[in-house]
Design a protein around this ligand. Structure first.
Ligand code: IMP
Ligand code: MG
Length: 175
């Protein structure tokens, strides 16, 4: 298994700054709650939150999906819910990557039940090839067609999350 550098630290930093300023200006005057999806979004989330430059509350959800090493099964359950109230507040849901869309679709559904004023989706990587359900991605860091990426929170079998850059896994690896 080999890894090839796909997105540098500098490119990530630039893009996070752009997304943060877009999110801040789209939500001016609103009470903002940033909701991160554990664990993959942690580094993206914390960089994005600090670049916002406007007040925001933060909270987290964790979803479990019983899939294989590199794909989710579609059976998604929330094993940790948010703790803050989002009623009359604007939520931006922050995820590492959207692939089939099943994980985000489930979490969006759950959060909508809590009557937020608005709900937007922000993903670091939008992977297009395997999409099964339409999911509106309001803020997207990077688009890739296919492949499997790791680093900056993204894992393969819980490895590589703490790399500062994003790499494509290459060669033969169990999926
Ligand atoms: P979805 O439910 O198929 O959209 O998959 C979303 C989840 O699958 C993400 O939160 C990741 O945990 C995982 N995933 C999908 N593609 C990748 C990838 O290329 N790298 C790392 N994790 C991935
Ligand atoms: Mg994962």
């Amino acid at each position: 298994m080999q890894m090839q550098l796909l997105i540098s630290k500098e490119a990530i930093k630039r893009r996070v700054r752009e997304l943060a300023s877009q999110i801040a200006s789209d939500h001016s005057g609103r009470e903002l709650v940033l909701v991160g999806i554990l664990k993959g979004a942690v580094f993206f989330f914390s960089d994005l939150a600090r670049e916002l430059g406007v007040p925001a509350r933060i909270d987290f959800v964790r979803a479990a999906s019983y899939g294989s090493l590199s794909t989710s099964s579609g059976t998604v359950t929330l094993i940790k819910d948010i703790e803050l109230s989002v009623e009359n507040r604007s939520v931006v849901l922050v995820e590492d990557i959207v692939d089939t869309g099943l994980t985000l679709a489930c979490i969006v559904e759950e959060l909508k039940k809590k009557n937020p004023l608005s709900l937007k989706v922000c993903v670091l990587v939008d992977k297009l090839e395997r999409r099964k359900v339409e999911i509106p991605v309001d803020y997207c860091g990077f688009r890739i067609e296919s492949g499997f990426v790791v680093g900056y929170g993204l894992d393969y079998d819980e490895q590589y999350r703490n790399l500062s850059e994003i790499y494509a896994l290459q060669g033969d690896f169990p999926t």
